[in-house]
Design a protein around this ligand. Structure first.
Ligand code: GAR
Length: 208
């Protein structure tokens, strides 16, 4: 039986595209992307999913009074979809423990920096790269990690470093980190998960 992968998105969906491509090449192990759920009705990621004939759903954050009711609705949708693995691919909402506990060690996120640098609440999308450039780091990169109720603090699965150049803008740095790191390590982590190769112990992962 293949594993149902549900991908959560909010924006452009280039990481979703990398996953779709990997699945087509047989590089997601036992995994199959069965549904894409967006927190925004106009996310281009939804168009990418439809083009690939993947089921889509939209759960708009603003339609819910608070994060608790939004999280419950998301948990119910994920249970309905019989998700074995949930991938945050540019998903910009922090869900509470009702979701994280229901799917412990079965939700992964890609973050556009080397955690624990430039992460946590407020660090998302281009802001991450703005802060990295402000600080003057010479190396940044991306991290794939398990999602826990504490933002960007779950066990790290894979990381990849990317050089920062003197003439970088947040946009050029974002693009290089996506191309050289995110689009590679996110599908790889999904494959490792689907092949049962990730062990978690004391908030650390061990890859077999
Ligand atoms: C990616 O760079 C992803 O790492 C980042 O948003 C971008 C989404 O791009 N995610 C976060 O900042 C989450 N904290 P995409 O929609 O093209 O995949």
């Amino acid at each position: 039986m293949s594993k149902n992968i549900v991908v959560l998105v909010s924006g452009g969906g280039t990481n979703l595209q990398a996953l779709i491509k990997a699945e087509k090449r047989g590089k997601l192990g036992d995994g199959k992307i069965t549904c894409v759920i967006s927190s925004k009705a106009d996310a281009y990621a939804l168009t990418r999913a439809k083009k690939a004939h993947i089921k889509t759903r939209t759960l708009v954050r603003k339609d819910y009074a608070d994060i608790a009711s939004y999280s419950r609705a998301m948990r119910d949708a994920l249970l309905e979809e019989q998700a074995d693995l949930i991938v945050y691919a540019g998903f910009m909402t922090i869900l509470d423990e009702s979701v994280c506990d229901a799917f412990q060690n079965r939700m992964i996120n890609v973050h556009p920096a080397l955690i624990p640098s430039f992460c946590g609440k407020g660090f998302y999308g281009l802001h991450v790269h703005e802060e990295a450039l402000k600080k003057g780091v010479k190396v940044s990169g991306a991290t794939v990690h398990f999602v826990t109720a504490e933002c960007d603090a779950g066990p790290i699965i894979l990381q990849k470093a990317v050089e920062v150049r003197d003439d970088d803008t947040p946009e050029t740095l974002q693009k290089r980190i996506m191309e050289q790191a995110e689009w590679k390590i996110l599908p790889k982590a999904v494959q490792l998960f689907c092949d049962g190769k990730i062990m978690v112990e004391n908030n650390k992962t061990y890859l077999r």
